[in-house]
Design a protein around this ligand. Structure first.
Ligand SMILES: [Zn+2]
Length: 343
């Protein structure tokens, strides 16, 4: 079953319907992570294939097309995403890190969208479509395209096959090739209003919804996932270290946190530093209000220019966090660098 729209997506959905009259070859849905962009794109894909969509463009959910779509078996539909996402869907609840780390990555599912996946689309686009309808390809996250795959996709976007639409989804447009960006009609999806997000989280029975939502910068699906994954303790241990940075502590905690996904650690650090920065400039704290005292103290110890440098360093780390050569060294280096700013 595909997700119906999330409550905060209704306006965006109506706005999207205006494109139906003259569909572009490619639409890029972009916005913050954890707000339901890929579900939105898939829903739109379903509605383009639906034989009897409703007046507001919603797929009927009843016709054969919708039936195939919901089982990912529609002959004119392809979904392209990294293996790792298929894995998450398949063994929901199992710890992906448990088996991977130590045995080396030979069998670890890929986090990239690979060239083979793009090549496979060529065959798909050569076959004529069912009932002379459209062909829909949903691809996410677009920043997972490795360079070779991105270039192959670009070729297709430059000479788009008829009756074919690409729906791309991205959390970070700045990591996409500018040439790909220029071939797509951009469609922004914004962060839901806080109240609406909170209400939804409560409906999903997320306890402590307020704190989770703040920690995820207002992104409700990210908040739900964090709440479910039970990483609260790890996160608090990490934040307690950031509150009292020391070289000793950095080495200890790097050793302890080797199994935590590195991109997650980097985003915690990014948010933390952002909070210090924003507290210094305007006295506001966005992500970790629980740590106000510590954040205030740190803000008093650091210069704005040093903070900007720290933010930049964390940003650069985020870009390589998916594939660290050594997890432990990566964390150590990151934390030693951080403590340097407060020494
Ligand atoms: Zn239908």
């Amino acid at each position: 079953m595909t997700n119906p729209l999330y409550p905060w997506q209704e306006n965006a959905w109506l706005q999207l319907q205006q494109l139906r009259g003259r569909l572009p070859h490619a639409i890029l849905f972009h916005g913050a992570g954890g707000i339901g962009k890929s579900a939105f794109a898939e829903r739109f894909g379903q509605s383009l294939l639906c034989q009897t969509p409703a007046a507001d463009g919603q797929p009927c959910g009843q016709c054969p097309s919708c039936g195939w779509f919901e089982q990912y078996g529609h002959p004119d539909y392809r979904r392209v995403r990294p293996e790792v996402l298929d894995d998450e869907d398949a063994d929901d609840g199992e710890e992906p890190g448990d088996t991977g780390e130590s045995k080396k990555s030979a069998k670890a599912p890929s986090k990239d969208i690979k060239i083979d996946q793009i090549r496979a689309l060529a065959d798909f686009m050569n076959i004529s479509t069912h009932r002379q309808g459209m062909r829909v390809i949903v691809l996410y996250p677009a920043e997972a395209l490795n360079t070779i795959a991105a270039n192959a996709l670009l070729k297709t976007l430059e000479e788009p096959p008829p009756h074919t639409i690409f729906l791309l989804v991205s959390n970070s447009v700045d990591r996409l090739l500018p040439t790909i960006l220029s071939r797509c009609r951009k469609f922004a999806l914004s962060m839901p209003p806080r109240e609406q997000a909170l209400e939804w989280l409560r409906e999903q029975q997320v306890d402590d919804a307020d704190a989770w939502l703040a920690e995820q910068g207002g992104a409700p699906l990210a908040a739900q996932e964090q709440a479910r994954s039970g990483t609260r303790e790890t996160m608090d241990e990490f934040l307690r270290h950031l509150a009292q940075p020391s070289i000793d502590g950095a080495l200890k905690i790097a050793d302890k946190l080797q199994k935590t996904p590195v991109p997650e650690l980097v985003s915690w650090l990014q948010r933390w530093q952002y909070d210090i920065f924003s507290h210094k400039l305007s006295g506001t704290i966005r992500y970790y209000p629980r740590y106000r005292t510590a954040l205030t103290a740190l803000a008093g110890r650091v210069q704005v220019c040093a903070l900007l440098e720290a933010l930049k360093a964390a940003n650069e780390r985020r870009a390589i966090a998916e594939h660290p050569l050594s997890t432990k060294l990566f964390i150590e280096d990151m934390l030693l660098d951080y403590s340097r700013f407060f020494s």
